[in-house]
Design a protein around this ligand. Structure first.
Ligand code: AP5
Ligand code: MG
Length: 223
């Protein structure tokens, strides 16, 4: 199974991808995290990606495709994976299908109004060491500014500035939203109400995943 999480910046893709990984054992693949690792390590790819990310624009399909392909081919993805932030346009979706052809897909879009997205992004804090995600309002760390998981420092992401948030939201509408019709036509698309609490959103997601996994099991068993 390949799970694709769609949703505007701040909708909770990364948060839910981590829970899906924990509960279902599907490896989490976050294109944004992979790009930020490249930047951190000052690789050529990272240097090229940084400029686009700082502006809230998409990194080129070639660069993102390269890191995703490498990640998907690793051993831990053989039994399934959950994609957070990839694909982000039709050409990336087609690239993914070509790269890993036979896998059943489930596409979940976490829907949320813009006002709440902006609130959540402005109050998000992330750990510089392990990438764990917190929120000053909804999910504060136990000790202010310190990660519960590893004790690392919590910071605000470079692209969580108001002007970059606005650009990212615009890019989502223009370039990523067309994927919804694309996946709806393939009958693998499921909208999720993102207004609920983190555990409630996961309950919605797991209802769909359990059904899809059961369908998959039945199909495999039938002659
Ligand atoms: P990426 O890192 O993917 O950023 P994004 O899509 O803008 O999404 P975010 O990570 O900001 O939000 P999220 O949906 O993961 O929300 P989260 O769970 O953190 O990409 C960054 C950049 O990399 C892009 O702009 C682009 O430049 C580049 N890039 C990445 N992929 C690319 C691709 N495929 N092609 C080209 N370029 C690419 O939650 C947000 C906050 O809300 C947190 O504080 C969390 O604690 C809180 N929260 C979550 N759920 C809830 C809830 N239910 N209730 C209350 N609070 C909640
Ligand atoms: Mg994220």
């Amino acid at each position: 199974m390949r799970i694709i999480l769609l949703g505007a910046p701040g909708s909770g893709k990364g948060t839910q991808a981590s829970i899906i990984e924990d509960k279902y054992g599907f490896s989490k693949i976050s294109s944004g995290d992979l790009l930020r690792q490249e930047i951190e390590q000052k690789t050529n790819l990272g240097l090229k990606a940084q400029e686009a990310m700082d502006k809230g624009h998409l990194v080129s399909d070639e660069l993102v495709g390269e890191i995703i392909k490498k990640r998907i081919s690793s051993q831990d993805c053989k039994n399934g994976y959950v994609l957070d932030g990839f694909p982000r346009n039709i050409s990336q979706a087609k690239y993914l299908e070509k790269m890993d052809r036979r896998r059943k897909e489930t596409v979940l879009e976490i829907e949320l109004e813009e006002k709440v997205l902006i609130q959540r992004l402005s109050s998000r804090r992330v750990c510089v060491e392990c990438g764990a995600v917190f929120n000053l309002e909804g999910r504060p760390s136990k000790k202010k500014g310190i990660c519960d998981a590893c004790g690392g420092l919590l910071i605000q992401r470079r692209d969580d500035k108001p002007e970059v948030i606005r650009e990212r939201l615009k890019v989502y509408q223009q370039q990523t939203k067309p994927l919804i019709e694309y996946y709806r036509d393939k009958k693998v698309y499921f909208p999720i109400d993102g207004k609920k609490t983190i555990p409630e959103v996961f309950v919605e997601i797991s209802k769909i995943l359990d059904k899809r996994l059961e369908e998959d099991r039945v199909t495999r068993q039938s002659p």
